[in-house]
Design a protein. Structure first.
Length: 250
């Protein structure tokens, strides 16, 4: 990943995806004074490093910025040296703008069954999702609710559309933690688990977002997924700005 980030052209490509996510090769090529092959080569290196994810849409191949590896670097080497307020400002600055679809990908050394349990078990989920209490029986068509760990106030609710353990979970969600996000209406979250050797590739797609949607809806995913990875691989809790906030309230 560090090798991929060392090249200025590749950093500029990531900047372009930061500005407008989900771009095609032709769209990206038009913004650089290098050959189409050169852009393809740089994109392949970024994809190999896990810094972007590609998806087919008809005949086009679209490129999405994957912020999770950068978040993991922050959690491993940066956050321990920064005050919580500084990390909060950095996280705010890093959130992406004006998406229609956001894709987050991470590799976790665990089994699909254990990863599925960590996603659907309320006690485990609270350990890496800022203490949030997520309750559901996770059957097709069933409801799920997210509640504040201290007050019990409802933070979100939705419906489990597809439930295929331990491979795929699709949910509709309405965020309720503030009027600004409540006004965004219903969005969709898809969890996909694929076993790769002794690890699992977890892909979280948050879509059906309106153009210019409030970034609070998706800005926390890199922290949530890096916390999930830390918990499953080490059994330790990851200290994030969100978890520090809840701890201070207790």
């Amino acid at each position: 990943m560090f090798k991929a980030l060392a090249d200025p052209t590749r950093r500029s490509l990531l900047d372009e995806l930061f500005r407008e996510d989900g771009q095609s090769l032709s769209s990206l090529e038009a913004r650089f004074d290098i050959t189409r092959f050169g852009v393809m080569k740089h994109l392949k290196q970024l994809e190999d490093a896990g810094l972007l994810v590609t998806r087919r849409r008809g005949r086009e191949k679209l490129h999405f910025l994957n912020a999770v590896p950068i978040r993991l670097v922050h959690d491993r080497w940066v956050s321990k040296y920064a005050e919580p307020w500084a990390a909060e400002l950095s996280d705010l600055k890093s959130r992406l703008e004006s998406p229609m679809e956001k894709i987050f990908e991470i590799y976790i050394r665990t089994t699909p069954e254990r990863l599925w349990e960590a996603i659907t078990n309320a006690e485990i989920r609270s350990k890496y999702q800022f203490g949030t209490q997520v309750t559901s029986d996770f059957t097709p068509g069933s409801r799920f609710e997210m509640a504040h760990p201290r007050s019990g106030a409802l933070l979100g609710e939705g419906v489990n559309i597809e439930v295929d353990p331990p491979r795929r979970l699709v949910q509709n969600m309405v965020a309720l933690w503030g009027d600004d996000v409540k006004d965004e209406g219903t969005t969709r979250i898809t969890w996909e688990i694929e076993q790769v050797g002794d690890s699992c590739q977890l892909t979280v797609t948050h879509d059906q977002l309106r153009e210019g949607a409030n970034d609070q809806l998706y800005g926390g995913w890199p922290m949530i997924l890096s916390g999930l990875k830390t918990w499953l691989e080490t059994g330790e809790l990851l200290t994030t700005p969100g978890s520090l906030m809840y701890a201070s309230q207790g």
